[in-house]
Design a protein around this ligand. Structure first.
Ligand code: NAP
Ligand code: MG
Length: 462
């Protein structure tokens, strides 16, 4: 057990203002692995002041210098990749292989992409008799969740730094250790004091103080829709920019003629990965009635194969929440074909990979984000019916379409109210804009669209 007493503010590890700490628990075995300070309003204020003080100089650096820092940051993350993976496994419970190939690897790619974009993005352009300057928004307050704990910070910090902004991060209370590691990496990469700051703490205390701080120009939040709604309201009242990356209930639409076995297997893997704790997970599988029984059988078999390869959920509260949803699914008349509400192990926050058949669009498990390894398989009559079901939630973050003919899949995808659609198993693209339609959020992350979130424009007329 390690007791950390500092927070990274103004380029140094400073003791917290108050005495409270957060226990970091490994959800695989319930062991307390570390404590970190629970930051207060005072700590947030110190961090925002440090970020403000650092802003003018950082905003004035040449983009090439910012690109260099981000390239060095990427190299430091590469050098520390194993340590990052071990840390995510310890505090989130992710299986070691997933920690390596996703939790540690994706932030490296994203940091690298912003090193490139900082060097190449046209921060100045001409239109008519004007020069348009793309300038940093200012101080960013970032509030992040635990499910992809490093990725979600890097997806904000890298573009913010590339744009010339400075940033204060409040990571999730469950996963502060990998956030501390990132602060060390920033330091090692030579990012100037005050450009990146980290305040660990509780959402309603440190998170709220950051969202409300008048010294913050842009609040970028990833997490639940309930908290996002409040943060959006606070930001609007202060006329601050806000970016919200919220929940999802994404549809995996399997059109007749698609490779059914592949579509089902990839779909099940998509939901079970990271124990279902993925905002963009395809948690609703939509299958034509003629192929429905076969798809259900395939999905149940695929889920059953997961066994010990699935990690625990992040904490006991999430485990209870997910088991509650499974019980609700049963109570509302859905048919369990794999898994169920009983904990598969005595120790740790595990939930069995679960598949429900005979799910109808109005059921709770077809409407609400469960954030666990739970798949709902729904039946549709024809394409119009599939589209109605796919678009029939308040969310619109991601999705998938499978068809024999790519053009048919694309035509369907165009009619989906959602921010990303993978066609016939298309791969994750770290440069593609990621973000929500409808209540899945406001704004986009990653690639050039993610960079422009951190820029504001000024026009000079000649
Ligand atoms: P959450 O409460 O929204 O947490 C996200 C972040 O917001 C954390 O850093 C949290 O701090 C902070 N926060 C909480 N209350 C706040 C407040 N009043 N003001 C400012 N910041 C605040 O999410 P959760 O409770 O961890 O998870 C609940 C559900 O949210 C999940 O089951 C899932 O459905 C959804 N979720 C979605 C995503 C996503 O990527 N879209 C990610 C995580 C969760 P603490 O860590 O101290 O709570
Ligand atoms: Mg919370």
């Amino acid at each position: 057990m390690k007791a950390y007493d500092g927070m990274y503010i103004g380029g140094a590890w400073r003791p917290a203002a108050g005495p409270d700490v957060i226990e970091v628990v490994n959800p695989a075995d319930g062991q307390v692995i570390a404590t970190v300070p629970a930051g207060t309003v005072e700590d947030v204020d110190a961090a925002v002041r440090a970020a403000r003080a650092a802003l003018p100089a950082w905003a004035a650096t040449a983009p090439a210098e910012r690109a260099t820092r981000l390239a060095v940051l990427r190299d430091v993350l590469v050098a520390r990749q194993d340590e990052i993976a071990r840390t995510v496994t310890a505090e989130l419970g992710a299986p070691p292989k997933l920690s390596q190939t996703v939790h540690a690897a994706v932030p490296i790619v994203v940091a690298g992409s912003y090193a490139e974009l900082a060097a190449t993005y046209p921060f100045e352009e001409r239109t008519g008799n004007s020069t348009v300057l793309h300038e940093p928004v200012g101080v960013v307050g970032a509030i992040t969740p635990w499910n992809y704990p490093l990725h979600q910070i890097v997806a904000k910090a890298a573009p913010a730094l590339a744009a010339g902004c400075t940033i204060v991060v409040k990571p999730a209370e469950d996963t502060p250790l990998v956030a501390r590691l990132l602060a060390e990496a920033m330091h090692e990469a030579g990012v100037p004091a005050g450009v990146f700051n980290l305040v660990t703490g509780l959402g309603p205390v440190a998170g709220q103080a950051l969202a409300e701080h008048p010294g913050v120009d842009l609040v970028s939040f990833t997490g639940s829709t309930a908290v996002g709604r409040r943060i959006g309201a606070v930001a609007a009242a202060a006329v601050k920019k806000v970016a919200l990356e919220l929940g999802g209930k994404s549809a995996n639409v399997i059109l007749p003629g698609a490779d059914l076995a592949r579509a089902v297997n990839v779909g099940v893997a998509n939901v079970m990965s990271n124990s279902g704790q993925t905002c963009s997970a395809w948690t609703r599988m939509l299958v034509h009635r003629d192929q429905y029984d076969e798809a259900v059988e395939l999905a149940a078999a695929a889920a059953a194969k997961y066994g010990d390869r699935i990690g625990p959920l992040v904490n006991a509260k999430q485990q209870e929440r997910v088991r509650g949803y499974i019980e609700k699914g049963v109570a509302e008349g859905a048919r369990l074909v794999a898994g169920g509400p009983d904990a598969p192990r005595e120790q740790g926050c595990f939930v069995s990979p679960t598949v429900f058949a005979d799910v109808t669009p109005d059921m709770t498990i077809a409407q609400e984000e469960i954030f666990g390894p739970v798949l709902s398989v729904l039946r549709y009559e024809d394409e119009e019916d599939a589209l109605r079901i796919a678009n029939g939630t308040v969310y619109g973050l991601a999705g998938a379409v499978w068809a024999a003919d790519e053009a048919q899949a694309v035509a369907f995808a165009r009619r989906m109210e959602t921010g990303q659609v993978d066609i016939n198993g298309g791969r994750f693209n770290p440069l593609a804009p990621f973000g929500g339609y409808k209540q899945s959020g406001v704004g986009r992350e990653l690639g050039v669209h993610g960079l422009t979130e951190y820029l504001q424009t000024k026009s000079l007329q000649f």
